[in-house]
Ligand binder design. Structure first.
Ligand code: PHE
Length: 364
């Protein structure tokens, strides 16, 4: 390893020689530097104030020079100092360049590899149908509302004119939240069996007139099969104002069904019963598969039952502080899955919930 020796000869030729051998040692050592740590050792070996090679050159060569050679030696020592400093700096720069080249090499993208295709999702057919139903009513000036899926006995039943222990409750096989016996019956929680509680919640919040559609998820204690699911969706509608009649109900629903299934579709209203509407009806549409001639879907009748409806029972107005002498209204409720199955010609409701991409892709 290079070290600074005492000089016996200060002739220009001898000084040339020692300078040359110092520079060649410097170049050789610089060529070995591979990383930052090695560079620091190199820098200190050559430039440290205490005992670095430059310091030794100063102390040994320059201070030991005879008076006649002082000038010449001083000039050379200065040149060597500049050469060392320059070399230390260049080596550091080369190291940095090499580092970023290595990083770039590591980050290089192989553009010949096949790409990752990100599948873009689509609206689920049930949600899509629900939005389409809602937009038909929006176009008629209805606003959109929502309510909780975990509901109280009061909103799901009592305020809708299903008294406690009334047999009408049996028509909606209910999933109750456990451990509620300590509460008054009206506060006990359940999973709402229909979207009708939001009729009451809406009327409690605002005075008449009301025109609202309420899309949402509902639950019933049903065993899953081709036409039943314990979780499904409904769209509820409510219109309350002065002078609303059964004709408004018929006209509104007839228009909605035509907007939805096409202008040739006909509607039929048959008497039915719901505790919260009086009179109540089941609404049928002419079968869209056979145009009313009779087929497998409509069980040869030409008609398909699609929703429940009726004039709001005046008893409900008592629960929400409306004056039943002044206002009247109608309500309706429809199953979204049932309508989606009609629209898309499906015969198994379970397909909506399986999450099978092959099924869902067809709606893209
Ligand atoms: N809530 C009723 C059901 O789920 C449907 C309905 C809504 C009927 C509004 C009349 C009026 O069966």
């Amino acid at each position: 390893m290079y070290s600074v020796e005492k000089l016996a000869d200060y002739s220009p030729e001898a000084l040339d020689a020692v300078a040359a051998s110092l520079l060649s040692a410097l170049a050789q050592e610089a060529a070995q530097i591979a990383d930052e740590a090695a560079w620091k050792v190199f820098r200190d070996r050559w430039m440290a104030r205490k005992n670095g090679i430059l310091t030794q050159v100063n102390d040994i060569w320059l201070k030991g020079a005879p008076a006649t050679a002082k000038r010449d030696t001083g000039r050379r020592v200065n040149e060597l100092k500049q050469a060392v400093e320059a070399q230390v700096e260049t080596t550091r720069e080369q190291l940095a360049d090499a580092g970023s080249e290595a990083r770039l090499a590591a980050e290089r993208v192989d553009i010949t590899l096949p790409g990752l295709r990100r599948q873009i999702g689509v609206e689920h057919p049930v949600i899509r149908t629900m939005n389409e139903i809602v937009s038909v009513f929006r176009n008629m000036g209805y606003s959109v509302g929502e309510g909780p899926e975990v509901e109280t006995d009061y909103y799901n039943f009592e305020s809708l004119n299903f008294p406690a222990d009334h047999p009408a409750r049996d028509t909606q096989d209910t999933i109750f939240i456990a451990g509620q016996q300590h509460r008054p019956q009206r506060d006990r929680l359940l999973l709402r069996t229909h979207t009708s509680p939001v009729q009451i919640r809406t009327m409690e919040k605002q005075p008449p007139p009301v025109r609202i559609v309420i899309p949402g998820k509902v639950h019933r204690h049903d065993t899953p099969d081709a036409t039943h699911s314990p979780v499904f969706h409904q769209v509820e509608g409510l219109a309350v104002d002065r002078g609303i009649t059964f004709c408004d109900l018929k006209g509104t629903l007839d228009h909605a069904m035509k907007a939805f299934f096409g202008s040739k579709v006909q509607t039929k209203f048959q008497p039915s019963f719901f505790p919260f509407t009086e009179p109540s009806v089941e609404v049928y549409i002419s079968c869209i598969f056979c145009a009313g001639k009779g087929c497998r879907v409509c069980k040869m009748s030409g008609w398909v039952e699609l929703l429940g409806a009726g004039m709001v029972d005046p008893a409900l107005y008592g629960f929400v502080g409306y004056n039943s002498d002044e206002v009247s209204g109608f309500a309706f409720g429809m199953g979204v899955e049932r309508i989606a199955m009609m629209m898309y010609g499906l015969d198994d409701i379970q397909q909506f919930y399986l999450g099978d991409v092959r099924f869902l892709e067809q709606f893209a």
